[in-house]
Design a binder for this molecule. Structure first.
Ligand code: IMP
Ligand code: MG
Length: 178
């Protein structure tokens, strides 16, 4: 397997930031029927840690977004599956994804989830890439702004590998076949 060029965000930086996000989210949703809705597969680790930093009662569920975009980030067809989604009618939903790149995945998911009539719908992403957005919306909560590099780890993959890494790393260009 290929190698990480450098660590962009350490595991302890991630933990610290998630604690801050948990506090903000708890304050914003106190007394509300919150459902954290993760986007499979990339958000699983973020969701697991974020849930434990949210100090108010909440439910969790998942939707799936897959893009047949080859291995990295070139545009491709996006498929969204809401079959696993719990009943969110009348609930305050926080959609949680790993990264906001072009924003097309989040935009498309918001359109689908709206149809299930949540009381409110906001977004939280761990990473928000600079200079890539192709949509008008922005995430309501984000962990870190990052430069336009291809990152892996902490749930994020390259060709479905590297998700297990505890930190966010940048792959060497030759590892990406460039
Ligand atoms: P968007 O629709 O362009 O915002 O892309 C979001 C999805 O693309 C994410 O959920 C990831 O699966 C993938 N993605 C975008 N940038 C990266 C990256 O740097 N590393 C790993 N996956 C990425
Ligand atoms: Mg991915």
């Amino acid at each position: 397997m290929s190698q990480i060029m450098y660590t962009l965000i350490t595991a302890s930086q991630i933990a610290q930031r998630i604690a801050e996000l948990g506090t903000s989210i708890s304050d914003a949703y106190r007394g509300r029927p919150l459902t954290v809705l993760g986007v499979l597969n990339g958000s699983v680790i973020f969701v697991a840690d974020l849930m434990r930093s949210i100090g108010i009662p909440h439910r969790v569920g998942f939707v799936q977004a897959s893009s047949y975009r080859g291995e990295t980030t070139s545009a491709g067809e996006l498929t969204v599956a809401t079959g696993l989604m719990p009943d969110i009618a009348g609930r305050d939903v926080l959609l949680v994804d790993d990264i906001f790149d072009t924003g097309r995945t989040v935009e498309r998911l918001l359109n689908e989830i709206h149809k299930a009539r949540p009381a409110s719908l906001k977004t939280a992403v761990l990473l928000w890439k600079d200079g890539r957005s192709q949509v008008a919306l922005t995430p309501d909560y984000h962990g870190f702004r990052i430069p336009n590099e291809f990152v892996v780890g902490y749930g994020l993959d390259y060709d479905d590998d590297y998700r297990h890494l505890p930190m966010i790393g940048v792959l060497e260009p030759h590892d990406l076949g460039q």
